[in-house]
Write a protein that binds this ligand. Structure first.
Ligand SMILES: [Zn+2]
Length: 280
């Protein structure tokens, strides 16, 4: 069956995967996507924790699995994506599986060196694997360049599976390349994302203002997936600055404002998702 947003309730996505794996790896530098090949049990265990915490959708461990990024790490991106989807499906217990798609990691023309056609091929390849492997939807997230965002959405729209689209805004309500909330909403609606919004970058407190702005102009259901603040020390090993309770309270505020899809980005854990499930 085709994935559809629930009409009568809020949809809960899962929380962070990358920072969970980072903790598991004890702050050793790791490429999170490589765990799909090297330690699939760890990925599956984290998915299961999110499901037990009450997530409606789990997101595959494929945020950086585009050909350029994976080749730089000597990994076969096709294999990494296929395994990532397989692991999520195995853990899913009938919940939905969203294929995670992050930015290429290099900036697209005219702001950077990657040609638009190359960017298109990179995204298209990821989506086609996801479609063949049977994901329910795509989650395009953490985008900061409107040109790259548009190319990704154009490619997703051609596939025919539902997709959610999210950019990452700083406290000044622009992406770090200076793109605005208005541009994000306009582009996501042009290519018919089923939900649009903001993730990562700011913690849940600062996200409230961003959510308010998105809600005021969007005709499409709004998604928020804030992070848990910034790590309290540089090795990322200590807890983040926003505790589970205030995170869930902020999420509840945004739901009351009209947000329809919620989840957690960097630094969040299954306990954050559990708290969200409890407050709504
Ligand atoms: Zn994040």
């Amino acid at each position: 069956m085709t994935f559809e947003l629930p009409k009568d309730r809020v949809l809960i996505l899962d929380g962070a995967m990358g920072t969970m794996l980072q903790r598991y790896a004890n702050s050793r530098y790791i490429v999170p996507d490589s765990f799909n090949i090297l330690d699939s049990g760890a990925v599956e265990f984290i998915h299961r924790q999110y499901i037990n915490a009450g997530a409606d959708v789990i997101v595959t461990n494929t945020f950086g699995s585009n050909r350029i990024r994976m080749n730089e790490c000597n990994l076969d991106n096709i294999e990494v994506i296929k395994r990532g989807i397989e692991i999520a499906r195995r853990a899913s217990c009938g919940k939905y599986v969203a294929q995670d798609i992050g930015p290429i990691g290099k900036i697209v023309e005219p702001n950077g060196p990657i040609k638009a056609e190359v960017a298109y091929e990179l995204f298209k390849e990821q989506f086609l694997i996801g479609k063949t492997e049977g994901v329910d939807l795509f989650l395009i997230e953490t985008m900061y360049d409107i040109n790259e965002f548009e190319i990704a959405l154009y490619a997703a729209n051609e596939i025919g599976l539902p997709f959610m689209a999210s950019m990452t805004f700083e406290e000044d309500e622009c992406t770090f390349l200076g793109f605005t909330i208005e541009e994000m909403v306009e582009t996501a609606e042009k290519y018919k994302a089923i939900a649009l919004g903001a993730n990562c970058s700011t913690g849940s407190k600062d996200m409230i203002k961003i959510a308010e702005k998105i809600l005021s102009i969007s005709k499409t259901p709004v998604l928020v997936k804030p992070n848990a603040g910034l790590p309290q020390n540089i090795d990322c090993s200590s807890p983040y600055e926003i505790c589970e309770k205030s995170f869930a309270d902020d999420i509840k505020k945004m739901i009351d404002m009209g947000v329809k899809v919620v989840g957690g980005c960097c630094g969040t854990t299954p306990r954050y998702i559990e708290k969200i499930r409890k407050v709504i």
